[in-house]
Design a protein around this ligand. Structure first.
Ligand SMILES: *Cc1c(COP(=O)(O)O)cnc(C)c1O
Length: 477
């Protein structure tokens, strides 16, 4: 019989035609089927009879109940809600990017190369000798960094004595939490009158008990800690380590490096500085960088390049793993893509525009801004008005409000960070929203928002007992 490479149809020959599937399948599987138990069956499915466009429109409308960075400006201070460019999504969606974490090193050399490059890029950007990409968020990076500091002190026989971590009162809540979770007593450091670290207070707070000082620079008022070198020597002279909270790195990108200021450990919030999406509780990344001295304590594995191949290596005194696999790879890949696309010049440009935008916006709004000169963010005061109500009213003007009531040193704080991504037109729209609300009476402000899908919500219950599914809602009803 002649073999055909292509499927054929030849009615006249019994052997010459392409078999049907049912003719191809000559296997019989001997399986005994059992009836499904009653509790797993249902009488009907009650599926709504809708067309595809009706379903597409339904979900698109639901998506519009939320306000996101793709809907408009999002000047949430300290959070750096910059626009997430879509090309990084394309990169992360490529099938080559989906690598199973258990594949052997030799089969994933390309992935390890990108991983290694990102370790190097972040190290260069922060002025750090070694970087781990493993922690899944900024807060997780803080916790990892403090565990590294702890392992270092313990190794030096100094673990028990060094029982304190110093945190400025203006710091993010996660700094206090990370230090406490790592088993430290947290010492709160008051600021000075111009909103910076009070050197005298610092000198009297440090001592033999000091494990580390955690600091962000610029601080949460957007102010650069001008005495950073002095701060570093005070902490180092006492035998402590200096931890950099990288949340405000966008202000310095390509211009100044925490490592050069004397910081020993830092985290990078890639969703703030490098345009990966804010996780919203989903997968994120908060790599940390450390000096050479601390490198042996990093989580395992690290990626090292040896003779042209990339290897997974366990640092000598590693604190172990802080996340499954090697961190949230696809988030890290977006970070890599963003850094490569911008390059050195683009990263420098980012910080310049972030600072310019913040200063322009501040110059256009009619509210008091008690501290300055500031960098990438400023903290205005809502004055006699309640900052949270002021913020909710801004939603009615079609923009997302700033962060409220933090840092506490500014009464009724509106912590505002427009980021480099916004145009002058958008900044003017933001300023107009601030000014419109500033002119309104208390009653109007307190009744807001009027135009949003959800009105004034109970934020505490929303955070503590969220109802995340339709079932939870219908059970309540
Ligand atoms: C956002 C932020 C953090 C925590 O980072 P996450 O990535 O959200 O966990 C820490 N410090 C400051 C100042 C921040 O703004």
């Amino acid at each position: 019989m002649q073999r055909h490479e292509q499927a054929v149809w030849n009615e006249t020959s019994s052997e010459g035609y392409e078999p049907l599937l049912s003719e191809k399948d000559r296997t019989t599987i001997d399986v005994e089927f059992e009836e499904l138990p009653d509790e797993l069956t249902r009488e009907s499915l009650e599926l709504p009879a809708l067309s595809e466009p009706e379903v597409a429109r339904h979900y698109t409308r639901l998506s519009q109940m939320n306000y996101g960075i793709d809907s408009g400006p999002y000047p949430l201070g300290s959070c750096t809600m910059k626009y997430n460019p879509k090309f990084t999504e394309d990169v992360a969606a490529r099938s080559e990017a989906a690598v199973h974490p258990d594949r052997p090193e030799e089969a994933v050399q390309g992935t390890l190369q990108l991983y290694h490059e990102l370790q190097e890029y972040l190290g260069r950007i922060g002025g750090m000798d070694a970087v781990t990409l493993q922690p899944p968020a900024g807060a997780a990076g803080e916790f990892t960094g403090i565990l590294v500091a702890k392992a270092y002190h313990e190794r030096n026989g100094d673990g028990e004595r060094r029982s304190e971590v110093i945190v400025p009162s203006s710091a993010h809540g996660t700094n206090f939490a990370s230090a406490a979770m790592a088993g430290y007593d947290v010492v709160e450091l008051p600021g000075d009158d111009d909103g910076r670290v009070d050197l005298e207070a610092l000198r009297s707070a440090v001592g033999e008990e000091t494990a580390a000082l955690m600091l962000t620079n610029p601080n949460t008022l957007g102010l650069f800690e001008r005495d950073i070198e002095e701060i570093a020597s005070v902490v180092h002279d006492a035998g402590g380590l200096l931890y950099y909270d990288g949340a405000n790195l966008n202000a310095l990108l390509g211009r100044a490096r925490p490592g050069d200021m004397g910081f020993d450990i830092m985290h990078y919030n890639v969703h703030k500085t490098f345009a990966t999406p804010h996780g919203g509780g989903g997968p994120g990344a908060g790599p940390i960088g450390v000096t050479e001295e601390l490198e042996p304590f990093l989580p395992s594995p690290q990626v090292e390049a040896r003779n042209g191949t990339y290897e997974l290596v366990e640092p000598e005194h590693s604190i172990g793993k802080v996340h499954g696999a090697m961190g949230n790879w696809l988030v890290l890949l977006k970070t890599h893509a963003y850094i490569r696309r911008l390059g050195d010049a683009g990263l420098r440009d980012t910080s310049a525009k972030a600072v310019l935008n913040a200063n322009y916006l501040a110059s256009q709004i009619d509210l008091e801004i008690p501290f300055g000169p500031f960098h990438h963010e400023f903290v205005a005061s809502a004055g006699e008005r309640d900052a949270a109500e002021f913020a909710k009213r801004m939603l009615d003007y079609g923009v997302h409000p700033p962060t409220t009531k933090w840092p506490e040193i500014v009464p009724e704080a509106l912590m505002t960070e427009p980021t480099e991504a916004e145009s002058k037109t958008t900044l003017d729209q933001l300023a107009a929203a601030f000014n419109a609300v500033a002119d309104e009476d208390e009653e109007t402000i307190a009744a807001a928002p009027e135009t949003t899908s959800a009105r004034y919500i109970d934020q505490t219950s929303a955070a503590r007992s969220p109802r995340l599914s339709w079932h939870a809602l219908s059970d309540d009803a």
